[in-house]
Design a protein. Structure first.
Length: 287
């Protein structure tokens, strides 16, 4: 059991760029744990211990599929994770899975579907870092729906709870959280109502705080920066940032991040006289 738990912890906390090379091993580990649950003989206490890596590994494998743009496959894996977390009596892990579903809903342009899972997750976790991540994602959902007041409330809660001192270790699903995340996500929330200059300031602040180990997140954040630059017609810089984001997305094998770079591509069309702009659609086409 200790080996199974330790291997789960190592596979689930690898940097994104390393995870893409370990997907088959992670899926095999999930299959091993699932087989043990289906056919093994163990005590109730050991069963609870087995259900926790089953939930954690399903969540991790779901993120692989999500990054590949395989949303149905990701959802299928995430559907298996909450019941395992419940059986393991780990409310924090269950809250993390609800957060995964919500993030996917926001990504797919269905922010209204994210509100209930995030509100439920906030009921089920007490750790400040987990609550900060949940408030942050709910703020993004509110921003996408045009709920400015609710968005501001959640952004303030995200920043306040992240600074709350605690001796308890953060749940594994949100240990990546840092002060970079509220900064960038608040900037992204400002983009929706067109507050581009304010958004850019916050996004740049967040990018400066982001650790190098989070390159996938950096690539996503840089696409937000490109959007803010396009809104203020700083086309050359927006193009440079978009190309950098595309480089990161291709290197880490994240098709959904490539799609994120592709989405604002049409906004470059009025600027074909700017050096490099005519070539950008061709590069996107080859991805």
């Amino acid at each position: 059991m200790s080996w199974l738990e330790g291997t789960d912890a190592k596979l689930s906390t690898l940097p994104t760029e390393q995870r893409q090379h370990m997907i088959k091993l992670t899926e095999a580990h999930l299959e091993t744990v699932t087989d043990l649950l289906d056919a093994g003989r163990f005590s109730e206490a050991t069963g609870r211990r087995l259900h926790l890596p089953a939930s954690s590994l399903a969540s991790t494998c779901g993120w692989y599929r999500f990054d590949q743009g395989r949303h149905y496959a990701a959802g299928k894996l995430w559907n298996a994770a909450p019941s395992n977390a419940h059986t393991a009596r780990d409310r924090d892990q269950g809250a993390g899975v609800l957060s995964d579903f919500a993030y996917q809903a926001i990504w797919l342009g269905k922010p209204e579907s994210a509100l209930e899972p995030l509100s439920q997750a906030l009921i089920h976790t007490r750790h400040p870092m987990a609550r900060s991540a949940l408030h942050l994602r709910r703020a993004r959902a509110h921003a996408a729906m045009g709920n400015a007041g609710a968005c501001r409330t959640d952004l303030k809660a995200a920043e306040a709870t992240l600074l709350t001192d605690t001796r308890e270790p953060a749940p594994s699903w949100c240990r990546w959280m840092s002060t970079a995340d509220p900064a960038v996500d608040s900037g992204q929330c400002m983009l929706d109502p067109g507050r581009a200059k304010e958004a850019r300031t916050r996004i740049e602040e967040g990018l400066s705080l982001l650790p190098r180990s989070r390159d996938k997140t950096r690539g996503v954040f840089r696409t937000y920066e490109a959007q803010s630059l396009l809104q203020t017609r700083e086309v050359e810089q927006a193009l440079a940032v978009s190309n950098e984001s595309l480089d990161v997305a291709q290197r880490i094998g994240a098709d959904r991040c490539v799609s994120l770079v592709r989405d604002p591509g049409p906004a470059f069309r009025p600027y074909t006289s700017v050096d490099g702009v005519p070539q950008f659609p061709e590069r996107l086409h080859l991805c």
